[in-house]
Design a protein around this ligand. Structure first.
Ligand code: GDP
Ligand code: MN
Length: 378
C-alpha cells in the first residue's frame, strides 16, 4: 500500500518528525476558505497522486498567495503521468536553503533494512545515484539487531549534515527507523529533507509504502486505503477472499490454488492465448466465491472463461454444485470451458454436462478450446 504525501506526513508527525503545516483540499472553494490563513507567505500546492517525480512533471507549484486559486484550478483535474489529480496538499512554502535525502528501504536483495542518505537530495536524486553514487551513503541494518548508534553516526556524518544540525538529523533518523519498523514499511523516504533558511530540519516530502502482507495486523490501514480505478477490482476480490491480479489479455481464468493458476496462465500463453487475470479461488467449493469471481471477471471485456479445478481434498462434485448454483445466479454472456480433475471428477462431469456445460478432459484440451473460442471472437 502506498501512502499519499499528506498521509505520510501525518504519520511523520505522530513520530515527532517535523513536516510542513498543511491541509488537503479537493476543490478551489475549499482553498478559498483557508488561503488567508497563510498570510503573505508563499504557498506550495502539491498534487496528491501515487507517482514519483511530481515536481518535474509540473504537479508541485510554489506560488504567491494571489496566484494560489488559479494555480489550484490548473492542478485539480490535471493528468499527472496518467493519474488525475483530485487532491492537493496546501502548505505554507518552506524557505529552502539546502535539500538532503534520507530514505529507508526493505532491501530484499541483501535481506536487510538499508538506510540511504545524501547531501545531494531533491528532484535529481536518481541522477545522483548514476553520476555520483559515492555521494549516496548506504548503511545496511540487520533487522534482528536493529538500528545502533554507530549506524546513525555513519549516516549523519557520511551525508555531511552540518555540525550544528547533526543531533537533529540523528534524532530524525531514529524516529524514521522506528516508524519504518512499527508500520511494516517497505519504503520510508524523505526527499527533500530540507534545511530551512532559519536553519531547521524539515521533511518537505514523505513517501511511505507499506507491505501488504502485513495488512492483517494493521486494522488502521483500512481507512488510509484509497479505492481508485487501478485497484478497485483487486480490493473487491480481496474482500471476497480471492487472490486476483489483473492482466491485459481476454481469457478470464478461475483456478483453485496459486500454483495451478500460474501453470494455467503459462499453458494459455503457450497456446497463443492471453490470460485476462490471475485468480485463485482457494480450496473451497463455496458457490458464493464462484459468483464473486465471475462478477469480477465479467466487469472487464473478456472473450471466454476457463475454469481449471483440481479436486484434492476439495471434491469435484462439490465444486460442480458450486458452479451450477453460481451460474444460475449469473448472466454469463461469454463461452465457458470447464476442466475438473481429481476426487469424484466423473460425478462432477456428469452433473455439468447434464446442465449443458462443456467439460474438457485434460488441461491441455481445455486450454486449447478456450484459446480457440477467444480468438474466434476477434
Ligand atoms: P516529488 O517531485 O514528487 O518528489 O515532490 P516534492 O514534494 O519532493 O517536491 C519537489 C520539489 O519541489 C522539491 O525538491 C522542492 O525543490 C520543491 N518544493 C517542495 N515543497 C516546497 C516548499 O515548501 N518550498 C519550496 N521553496 N520548494 C518546495
Ligand atoms: Mn520528493
Amino acid at each position: 500500500m502506498k501512502l499519499h504525501e499528506y498521509q505520510g506526513k501525518e504519520l511523520f508527525s505522530r513520530y515527532g518528525i517535523n513536516t510542513g503545516q498543511g491541509q488537503v483540499i479537493t476543490s478551489v472553494e475549499e482553498l478559498e476558505k483557508i488561503k488567508d490563513s497563510f498570510g503573505n507567505s508563499k504557498i506550495v500546492l502539491k498534487s496528491q497522486v501515487h507517482v514519483g517525480g511530481r515536481g518535474k512533471a509540473g504537479g508541485i507549484k510554489v506560488v504567491e498567495p494571489s496566484k494560489a486559486i488559479e494555480t489550484a484550478k490548473s492542478l485539480l483535474g490535471m493528468n499527472l503521468k496518467g493519474l488525475i489529480v483530485k487532491k492537493l496538499l496546501v502548505e505554507k512554502a518552506i524557505d529552502i536553503d539546502k535539500e538532503y535525502y534520507l530514505g529507508i528501504i526493505q532491501d530484499r536483495a541483501n535481506k536487510c533494512i538499508t538506510i540511504m542518505a545524501s547531501a545531494m537530495g531533491g528532484v535529481d536524486i536518481e541522477e545522483v545515484a548514476v553520476t555520483n553514487p559515492e555521494k549516496i551513503i548506504k548503511v545496511s541494518i540487520d533487522p534482528t539487531i536493529g538500528l545502533c548508534d554507530f549506524h546513525v553516526r555513519n549516516i549523519v556524518f557520511g551525508a555531511e549534515f552540518p555540525t550544528d544540525l547533526r543531533n537533529d538529523a540523528m534524532d530524525m533518523l531514529k524516529k524514521l527507523y522506528k516508524l519504518f519498523v512499527e508500520n511494516d514499511c517497505t519504503l520510508a523516504e524523505i526527499n527533500p529533507l530540507v534545511i530551512t533558511k532559519d536553519n531547521k530540519l524539515i521533511a518537505a516530502d514523505a513517501k511511505v509504502d507499506m507491505d501488504d502482507n502485513a495488512d492483517f495486523r494493521h486494522p488502521e490501514w483500512q481507512e488510509m486505503k484509497e479505492i481508485d480505478e487501478t485497484n478497485k477490482l483487486e480490493i473487491l476480490a480481496k474482500n471476497s477472499g480471492l487472490s486476483y491480479v489483473e492482466l491485459e489479455g481476454d481469457i478470464g481464468c478461475v483456478v483453485n490454488g496459486a500454483g495451478l493458476a500460474m501453470a494455467t496462465m503459462d499453458v494459455i500463453k503457450y497456446n497463443g492465448g492471453r490470460p485476462a487475470n490471475f485468480l485463485d479461488i482457494g480450496g473451497s467449493s463455496n458457490p458464493q466465491k464462484v459468483v464473486s469471481a465471475m462478477n469480477i471477471l465479467m466487469s472487464k471485456p473478456i472473450k471466454a472463461i476457463l475454469f481449471n479445478i483440481f479436486g484434492g481434498i476439495t471434491r469435484c462434485d462439490d465444486v460442480a454444485k458450486g458452479l451450477l448454483t453460481a451460474f444460475e445466479q449469473l448472466d454469463v454472456k461469454v463461452p465457458v470451458v470447464i476442466r475438473l480433475t481429481g476426487t469424484n471428477e466423473d460425478i462432477a462431469k456428469e452433473m455439468l454436462e447434464k446442465a449443458g456445460y462443456k467439460v474438457g478432459n485434460s488441461m491441455d484440451e481445455a486450454v486449447k478450446e478456450v484459446v480457440a473460442l477467444a480468438s474466434s471472437k476477434n
